[in-house]
Design a protein around this ligand. Structure first.
Ligand code: AGP
Length: 588
């Protein structure tokens, strides 16, 4: 949520460099954006509202620049609220990711002391507080350390000083990564933005502060300001993976990448998944957690682990974790699922579990993310960067990891891997043949509707939640998923003649009962759309998908993804950047 970037180095087209980096960070927030460049005696500032992609502009030559893509928390979506925020003397430019919980109090004090704060955000207090520290004789690093100690909440700040030609960067929970090359020094919220600028990366830790100048990156312990030697890691070359490669949008690209991602997980992930299985086998209590799509995968995992290896697993949504964690202890295993590895609710859940002595594991897609660096046991999804706000390939690879781990608990790796490979083949077939077109036709039929319901039973109940989430977040149709048996306990009151109802009806133990639910919907005039391997008379419409046995849950994710996509296109919505959302939710 919010992307920050800073560069200091050889004098060059820094404006274009910042703009290019912000384009790669736009997934973190696309309400507005802005940048500031150091010029000989001023800061050049450009702020704008809306999408940054496609933006071309020339800027003055500079050797230092800072930029930000915003997901609004405080203050409306207006240029004035875009970052960077400046101090009264236009020496300091600040970009911020997070929420300064005590900003109102700090703002009031600054105004009383005569500062002019131009925006409605919580962020601009930082520029003015640093201004005061510098005026009282502090150097940049000490000034920012002092100011950061005044801020409450989870925050990452980067402060550009055009006089000292340096950046100071520091953080609590919200991520920051530093880069260094012979051309200069860089800082960003995500390593993807540093692809062209860094040979090695340093992931800043919560108690550290970094100072960056054209020829050095130095890291300090924030409280003592003693210099330390941070661990640096090689830059992963992921740039090629964040281009559209001929696809019209990232959603289409990432849906199409699923078969390859599933096969890669099977061929490369065995060691990590077997280690996770071992942790599951030895734990007294197993809890799975995550948010949104990852939460749906976690819930599916609870069903799968119970069905495949007989383990009782509790799913707790990460944002609710702290209210249900009292009974955790050193015999508990908490498995956190996250694409980004930066979702604050997930990180909070993991911190809570750690404080209670529980063992920690993660199923995560982003290498070197905070979650990846925090846990003892982790499975990397290897799905490649997911740029579209909608989680697609991360969801199906999370499910695959759980299918594989559940089988590995009893040493049945090959049974699990055959299932996942079967799912990969099934998705490939589904995407290649007329099935994709069929889903497009169904989507066009439902695109004008206001409400839609999805039902499933057993492990297909989380699939129903996930299909509804995919459809609603990109098409804005109000879609809800339910456990089919719950329909008659209230939900069915919402069904009117013509209401589209998606029924997940695979050929397994859930089929007979889910078809009864479908019949109840049809009797009330619902427009019943079946999804599964075999049709039935109760369906008004049918999306046939190839069967994959216990891995059906993986395959049946795809119709929901494509229904959302096609309905969004029919409604003229941006499939990659739905309104009000951001890819990485780093605020509470
Ligand atoms: C999925 O399509 C969402 N946009 C969202 O629910 C997402 O899954 C959630 O925010 C969790 O993100 P994470 O996997 O990066 O933790």
């Amino acid at each position: 949520m919010c992307g920050v970037f800073g560069y200091v180095g050889n004098p060059s087209n820094v404006g274009e460099t910042v703009l290019a980096a912000l384009k790669t960070l736009e997934y973190r927030g696309y309400d507005s954006w802005g940048l500031a460049l150091a010029t000989p005696d001023d800061l050049m500032v450009h702020k704008d509202v809306g999408r940054i992609n496609g933006h071309v502009r020339s800027y003055p030559r500079s050797n230092q620049g800072i930029g930000h893509t915003r997901w609004a928390t405080h203050g409306g979506v207006q240029a004035v609220n875009s970052h960077p925020h400046l101090d009264c003397f236009r020496r300091i430019a600040v970009v911020h990711n997070g929420i300064i919980e005590n900003h109102a109090e700090l703002r009031q004090q600054l105004v009383q002391r005569g500062h002019r704060l131009e925006s409605e955000t919580d962020s601009d207090v930082v520029a003015h507080l640093v201004e005061e520290e510098l005026a009282s004789g502090s150097v940049l690093g000490a000034a920012v350390a002092t100011v950061f100690s005044l801020l409450e909440g989870y925050n990452a700040i980067v402060v550009m000083d055009r006089v000292e030609q340096q950046f100071a960067a520091t953080k609590r929970v919200s991520p920051l990564v530093l880069g260094r090359s012979d051309r200069g020094s860089t800082v960003a919220s995500d390593a993807i933005a540093l692809s062209d600028h860094a040979d090695e990366l340093i992931y800043l830790e919560d108690d550290q502060l970094a100072l960056l100048s054209a020829d050095s990156v130095r890291v300090f312990d924030r409280s003592s300001m003693r210099q330390i030697s941070p661990v640096s890691v090689a830059q992963l070359d992921e740039k090629a993976m964040v281009t559209l490669a001929g696809y019209p949008d990232f959603l289409s690209k990432e849906v199409a990448e699923q078969p390859a991602a599933l096969r890669r997980l099977v061929s490369e992930g065995r060691k990590e998944i077997e280690k996770l299985a071992q942790a599951i086998a030895t734990a007294e209590k197993v809890i799975v957690t995550g948010c949104g799509t990852a939460g749906n995968a976690a819930l599916a995992g609870a069903y799968l682990l119970e069905e495949i290896c007989g383990r009782t697993v509790t799913m707790i949504p990460a944002s609710e974790f702290r209210y249900r964690s009292r009974t955790l202890d050193s015999k508990s295993l908490v498995i956190a699922l996250s694409q980004s590895g930066e979702t604050v609710d997930v990180l909070d859940a993991v911190t809570d579990a750690k404080q209670r002595g529980a063992k920690l594991a993660a199923i995560v897609n982003t290498p070197m993310s905070t979650l990846d660096r925090t846990v003892e046991t982790r499975v990397l999804l290897r799905a490649g960067p997911e740029q579209c706000v909608l989680a697609t390939k991360s969801y199906t690879t999370m499910l695959a990891t759980l299918v594989l781990a559940a089988h590995a608990v009893d040493d049945h790796w090959s049974t699990g891997s055959n299932l996942v490979l079967r799912a990969a083949d099934a998705i490939e077939t589904l995407l290649l043949n007329g099935c994709r077109q069929r889903i497009g036709e169904v989507a066009n039929r439902i695109a004008a509707e206001e409400h839609l319901f999805v039902i499933g039973r057993g492990p297909h109940y989380p699939s129903a939640l996930e299909a509804a989430l995919k459809i609603k977040e990109v098409s804005y149709i109000h879609a809800e998923g339910f456990a089919a048996g719950e329909l008659k306990h209230g939900v069915i009151a919402l069904v009117e003649p013509g209401t589209p109802c998606l029924v997940l009806a695979p050929n397994d133990a859930t089929r007979t009962d889910v078809l009864s639910g479908a019949a109840e919907l049809r009797s009330r005039g619902g427009y019943v759309i079946g999804v599964g391997g075999t049709g039935d008379d109760v369906f008004d419409d049918f999306i046939e998908i190839p069967e994959a046995g216990l891995a059906d849950v993986i395959v049946e994710a795809v119709p929901g993804q494509l229904l959302g996509y096609f309905a969004a296109m029919a409604r003229g919505n941006d499939p990659d950047r739905p309104r009000n959302l951001a890819k990485s939710v780093t605020v509470k």
